[in-house]
Design a binder for this molecule. Sequence first.
Ligand SMILES: C[S@@+](CC[C@H](N)C(=O)[O-])C[C@H]1O[C@@H](n2cnc3c(N)ncnc32)[C@H](O)[C@@H]1O
Length: 277
Amino acid sequence: MNCFQIIKSVLDEAYVQIPGDEAEKDEVIKAALDNLREEYLQLLQECNINYSDPTTRFAYIYVYVTSHSNLVCNIIEQTPVLGDLFDKQKVKVACIGGGPGSDFLGILKYLMTKKKSPTIQFHLYDREKSWGESWSDVEDKVEDLDFRISTSYMPLDVTKRDDWESHIKYFQSDLFTMIYFMSEVFSLRDSAEEYFAHLFDQAKTGSFFLFIDNNNSHFYNWFDQLAQNHKIDILRSNETKMKVPIEEEKSDLGKYFDKFSHPKLTANVAYRIGRKS
Ligand SMILES: C[S@@+](CC[C@H](N)C(=O)[O-])C[C@H]1O[C@@H](n2cnc3c(N)ncnc32)[C@H](O)[C@@H]1O
């Protein structure tokens, strides 16, 4: 399986939602791509990204989901103790800040590449509810899927206790993914800290945590500190550069590649694989 092919069909749907004729759409998309790049440079101070805007969602999927989904797949491939989790018959995954779909698309690619076929449930927790639309019918977009997946979308803002405190079932998940999420809420950590402490505390014994983010010590130190305080053993830890693998063909992005150039092809990442003891 190749992520770019699936992403292309999600992009086609997202493109239709952007108002205007083709030239107008392309102009606002280029502006959104520039805007996202600038916003991500200042995450230590603030985050003003409005993902409810369809143009921003398109730009995000084009540049970042293409990269992040492959990071997830590659890191699981390189970490047998995590890959073995998917030999179970049933696996539950909670993707925190996972609305754009990178986390579960990366896992899907891993499963199809390794020919593993658990019955798998994904719960995507994210503040922005319009992401739900992009991935609600992903099963129809993936050819030759010979196992059962279900995806459900749960609106949840980690900075609002009223929003998160009633959710308890997902503590039984086998894997929690936090992909480029803690950096996004870093500037709001005074409000978000309680959520993470609660999640790390309540996660079931033996569950795995997959953290991937920008290679910046502010972000990974925050994760490491939480892990240390809440009995999450770090099994693997790395800061490195990773590239989108060669099997992903830029031509699969079709007309968007000609219009908008490269998605993010190299990522300077920090990642952690943890297990609740
Ligand atoms: C940079 S994206 C990462 C998405 C995905 N995990 C990936 O790697 O592509 C950050 C996500 O966090 C969500 N988000 C931002 N603030 C949030 C909050 N306070 N609570 C929950 N989700 C939030 C955004 O809607 C967005 O989907």
